[in-house]
Structure formats: C-alpha cells, structure tokens
Write a protein that binds this ligand. Structure first.
Ligand code: SF4
Length: 371
C-alpha cells in the first residue's frame, strides 16, 4: 500500500495550479478550484500542502459478496459471486441517491475497514469471487485506490467491475478503464435539465464516457437508468435515449430500467409503476436494443435473457437466481446458434441470490501469517 498518512492523504496526479493561486482538481468535470485546506465536492479529495490528495486510499465502508446480477450485470459471468465494496463520498449530488448513507457521508467513521489492494484481491480469491466490484459510491473519486486494486486482482485472475456515473475527465478516464473488465454505467436520464436539476452535473460528459468505453476499450458495458416518475420516464425521453444508444453504442449494450423507491431528498415522489418499466423495455426493444431488462421489481420475463434472433429463453432469472440456461459452450443459443453478447462461460455460476457480508480483519491476519 502506498506510504501515506491518512490525514494528509495520498498525493494525486490529476490537478494543476491556477494563476489566482488556487489549485484545480482535473479528475472530474467539476474541476473544483481549491484553496489550501479545502475539500472538493466529493469531499474525499482536497488540497493539502499545495497539491490535491485522496484521503480515503486503503479505507472501505464495507465488503459483501453478492451475485454479479445485482450490480446489475446480466451478461458478465452470469451467476457468479462478486466481492462488492465502496468507500465514502461522491462527485455527483443526486437528490434521489439510494446509497446516500455512504456516498453522501462526510464522516470518515463510515470507513471502518482498512484494506490494502493486496488484501482485497486475497479476500476475493479466498471467498471464491470471480470479480471485485467498485460500487456503493462512484469509484472515480477513489481512482488511485481502485486502479491499484484492479491491478492486484488481475494478478490473481480476478476481474474488476466499476459501477459508475461516468462523470470523469478524459485523461483519468483512459487510465481507469485500462484496468477495468466491466462497467455498469448509470445513464441517469437523457436531458441536461434532469442532470442539472437532480444530480448537479451534466449529461454531455456521461455520453462521452459511454462512447469512449464502447469505441476505445474492450470493457464490457451495461447501462442502467433509474426511472423517476415525472422526471425522466416520458416516452419521448426513453425514445431519444434508446435511439441514441442504438446509434452510438450499437444494439448489443444491455439496458436496465430500474424502479425508483422514495429516498433521500425525494421522498415526496411515488415509486415507479411496473407498467412504466415494461413500457420503457418495449420502446428500447422496438428501437433495436437486443437485451433490455427491468429491475428493482419482481418480473421474471423482464429480467431474463432471450435470443435476439429466435426469441429462445437463454438465461432465466427470478430476482438474482438463475434458472434456465440455453447457451452452448461458445455462448450461442442452443436453438439457432446465434451468439449472445457478453462475457459468458460454458456453465453458469451457482452463487444464487446470497448476500454475504464480509469483515476483512480475519483475512488480514491470514494474509499476514502467510507472509
Ligand atoms: S474528483 Fe472531487 S475534487 Fe476532483 S473535481 Fe471532482 S468533485 Fe472536485
């Protein structure tokens, strides 16, 4: 683990000095301009000793083994366990945040667990996880830590998954995605109005990130949109979004439309009706997206994978539990031979719907004893 004092933080790379004496963080399109001692909007990067540092390197808000479908990723090693974790803070300010206890935390006491990149990779291996997911809060803000973990995991044959809003500047984006194997990108809406009003950010950089991942990397990508009644669920918006995805990212990027539950600063909104999710799915399929899912509701048909050519049920899902599996060893439909897009293996994983919270202390002792 890099040698740094958690109070003074880990020196970072993406920043520059301004003529007026402030220092600008260049990691995300907020480009916070900071005086000595100030923190950025994400709260975990700030100016110390005339440079930008990361204050959460090596610290986690908790670990848990989940099914990879929970990220959600339906075409990336289906049925396998993923070691999920997060830190604190976020570079967006979503009023509807569903993880606000961690992502909005300004209290570093949520970061109870210390975990070096080597320890995270070791834990994943010991727990049988096929991948590690940077989730709960956006990994872009702990860029250096996430990259070091991904590198340590790769040495152990474990893959890395980012769950991210895609709000990142181009240069750190390239460094970050060079180390990832899969991403679930939050496409929160398809209007600048929504992004400005409800997330305090903007849509343009997110679309740039999606285009970049698709065109410039080999990272497997799925998209998720939380549909909020009256804000981003109109048919016109879903039409526009799904046409853009088809034109810019192609037909094989899976899309997930998930249900909103009143939370954080948006408790006055109703939950998303299941019919809205079903209608969004219909629109996306009509516009040529091959794999479209509903989420956060019980909908076996809307959560299962079908062959884009002959309609055969390829992977049945009931919540996070897999049932049918009609893919051959090469990932093709057993009925018509059409390939199913994704990172697929001959057999599905057997993790099921389990959720296993993990404390790293015991693993740290084991790793230390192993030398
Ligand atoms: S990463 Fe944090 S400090 Fe840097 S620009 Fe974004 S919000 Fe500001």
């Amino acid at each position: 683990m890099p040698d740094h004092d958690p109070v003074s933080g880990l020196p970072t790379e993406y920043w520059h000095r301004l003529e007026d004496g402030r220092v600008q963080c260049d990691l995300c399109p907020r480009f916070c301009r900071l005086h000595e001692g100030q923190r950025g909007l994400c709260f975990v990067r700030g100016r110390r000793d005339d440079r930008i540092v990361l204050t959460t390197y090596g610290r986690s808000s908790g670990f848990c083994v989940d099914p990879v479908e929970k990220k959600p990723l339906n075409h990336f090693l289906p049925g396998t366990p993923v070691l999920s974790f997060g830190t604190a803070g976020c570079n967006l300010a979503c009023k509807f945040c569903q993880n606000w206890d961690m992502s909005k935390s300004r209290e570093m006491d949520t970061l109870a667990d210390r975990a070096s990149p080597e320890l995270v990779a070791y834990m994943a291996g010991r727990l049988g996880a096929r991948s590690v997911a940077f989730t709960y809060n956006d990994p872009i803000i702990f860029h250096e830590y996430a990259i070091d973990i991904a590198r340590a995991c790769r040495e152990h044959g474990i893959k890395s998954v980012a769950v991210s809003s895609g709000y990142v500047a181009p240069s750190p984006r390239a460094a970050f995605y060079a180390e990832m194997d899969a991403v679930n990108l939050d496409l929160k809406a398809f209007s600048e109005r929504f992004y400005k009003k409800l997330t305090g950010s903007s849509l343009g950089p997110v679309l740039d990130t999606a285009r970049y991942i698709h065109a410039e990397t080999g990272v497997w990508m799925e998209l998720t949109t939380l549909l909020i009644p009256g804000e981003n669920d109109s048919e016109a918006e879903i039409e526009g979004m799904t046409r853009w995805v088809r034109e810019e990212l192609g037909s094989e990027v899976p899309m997930h439309f998930t249900a909103f539950h009143p939370d954080y600063k948006m408790r006055q909104y109703p939950p998303t009706p299941p019919e809205t999710l079903a209608r969004a799915r219909e629109i996306a399929l009509h516009n040529g997206i091959r794999y479209v899912y509903t989420g956060n509701v019980h909908d076996k048909a809307g959560q299962s994978t079908y062959c884009s050519e002959c309609g055969t049920l390829l992977i049945g899902r009931d919540w996070y539990r897999l049932s049918e599996w009609e893919l051959d060893a090469g990932g093709c439909c057993t009925a018509c031979g059409t390939p199913c897009a994704g990172v697929l293996e001959a057999e599905p994983g057997a993790w099921g719907a389990r959720r296993l919270p993990v404390r790293p202390a015991a693993f740290a002792r084991e790793l230390e004893a192993a030398g």
